[in-house]
Design a protein around this ligand. Sequence first.
Ligand code: C2E
Ligand code: MG
Ligand code: MG
Ligand code: MG
Length: 287
Amino acid sequence: NRTDPLFSQVGFYTDEQRQRFIREQQVLDEIEGAMTRGEIIIYIQAKYDIEARQVIGGEALVRWQHPVRGLLGPGQFVGILEEKGLIMHLDLYVWEKTCQFLHRQREQYGQVLPISVNVSKYNFYRQNLVNLFTDLIAKYQLETKDLQLEITETACAEDTEQIYAAVRQLQKAGFTVLMDDFGAGYSSLNMFKDAPVDIIKLDMGFISSDEINAQRSFAIIEAIVKLSHSLNVPVIVEGVETQAQVDFLKSINTRYIQGYYFSRPVPEEDYAALCQTAALPQKKVSE
Ligand code: C2E
Ligand code: MG
Ligand code: MG
Ligand code: MG
């Protein structure tokens, strides 16, 4: 029926857009069930100290083990969940999975390395975010230092006052807050001045840029690292893949990296093994 408004509207879209709508609708229809069926899982990527040569912790990254489409990354479902106001539900699920993992680690080894979780900006509009996190760690007999929180720089830029107030409350409660993708936004220098963050994660765009821009990017990395050192804010450089990048980072006294160079995001049990085998013996070697 050509006069059907829906039909004519759909007519404005390209095949590619239509495919995307279908995919997005599928995500919305299936996500709830995916969580209850246990299809939503976490991969963990280690953070690494290149000086001490040891794992310093990890980051939980959501994955969807989809029965038909295979293993999906956050790029395929997080955006639409944010758009529809459903991300808080997924985030909470991921935080809970992370705490369960930490709890098992603690039972087995007595102590754990901290793991950070991503906190979508929409969570900062809930009244009870601090209680939610303190209840969560209490439920799994963890300490505030075990579960770290990542918030992106662009989120902070958007509703700065409200988000900073919530971040300060989280810090007051004992949580460590990391600023994710630092440098990807437009107001990084102001962030440096005002943001209540404990650790900066330098966006991978700087380290991974092409040859032509490499010199400029390296100069910017060096400047940010120097600035953060003089402000006493540790930096983790994201997206480190090669030995050459590691050599450069060492030359400017950067210790902490996260990237394929040391490890990709891996299933929980592989990360657990990494903490046991890679971290501890290597530390002894370097002593
Ligand atoms: P992010 O928090 O900045 O996480 C880092 C992303 O970079 C991850 O992608 C990781 O796999 C990738 N990465 C790490 N090292 C390297 C490297 O050396 N080279 C390259 N090319 N990539 C590297 P992933 O897992 O696809 O996650 C993408 C983004 O999705 C995350 O960026 C984060 O913003 C978001 N995200 C992940 N899990 C969650 C979640 O549970 N909740 C929410 N709200 N967002 C999440
Ligand atoms: Mg992150
Ligand atoms: Mg990041
Ligand atoms: Mg990112």
